[in-house]
Design a protein around this ligand. Structure first.
Ligand SMILES: Nc1nc2c(ncn2[C@@H]2O[C@H](COP(=O)(O)OP(=O)(O)OP(=O)(O)O)[C@@H](O)[C@H]2O)c(=O)[nH]1
Length: 199
């Protein structure tokens, strides 16, 4: 049985752990993100705190069933500067609407990771990136969504920064791993310190 489990169905997150050469398995967290997000928003929680709470819920739920296994949960939230929080698009039309709202403005992307053992959090980190999306024409949005829908449908911001997302931005501050879905640098530092990654 593995010592390290990623409680995530995110292909981007698994790819980053694989690229780091880690020995891990993955499983779905099966946390009702929509319900938890709605209740946290209703309680006035910020997108940053919501990412942290969702990451913890995923890690704690799975780790409570697997004694002694270190479980990593993760979550990303996207905050427009007007305070609105965007979630994954439900349709190509939804994605076009998100892009219209982000175009010509800055948004922040928070990616939280929480490690849990035996049902309790033992480590956490949150990364933040700031992204300035350029103004987009309707023709560009329609073409981009038609071309990229199959990959962007799984992403919180309707872009893969390491893919065609590069065509959307004037400026980005923050590391690419946080944008893809986890604060990898502090996570790897902790995994090395705990002997779960080669130091
Ligand atoms: N490859 C890639 N994925 C991105 C990017 N931006 C956001 N994402 C993905 O958008 C998704 C954010 O949604 P979440 O709800 O945090 O995670 P999820 O996909 O539902 O997966 P779980 O961890 O199982 O909840 C994650 O899969 C991120 O990896 C990006 O620039 N590149």
């Amino acid at each position: 049985m593995t010592q390290l489990l990623l409680a995530s169905q995110s292909s981007g997150r698994a790819a980053m752990l694989r690229a780091a050469g880690l020995d891990f398995e993955t499983t779905a967290a099966h946390v009702d993100e929509e319900a938890l997000t709605a209740s946290l928003l209703a309680a006035g929680q910020t997108p940053r705190n919501i990412a942290d709470a969702l990451a913890e819920a995923k890690a704690v739920k799975i780790s409570s069933r697997l004694p002694g296994v270190t479980v990593i949960g993760a979550d990303s939230t996207l905050a427009l500067d007007d305070g609105a929080m965007l979630t994954k698009p439900e349709s190509p039309e939804d994605a076009a609407g998100h892009l219209r709202r982000m175009a010509g403005a800055r948004h922040r992307l928070f990616s939280a990771a929480v490690a849990a053992r035996d049902g309790a959090p033992v480590w956490r980190a949150i990364g933040e990136a700031k992204l300035w999306m350029r103004p987009l024409s309707e023709a560009f949005i329609a073409d981009y969504v038609a071309r990229e829908w199959d990959s962007i449908r799984w992403t919180v911001g309707c872009y893969e920064i390491e893919g065609a997302g590069v065509t959307l931005f004037d400026r980005v501050e923050g590391d690419p791993w946080t944008i893809i879905g986890m604060p990898m640098l502090p996570l790897l530092a902790w995994l090395r310190a705990t002997g779960l990654a080669p130091s």
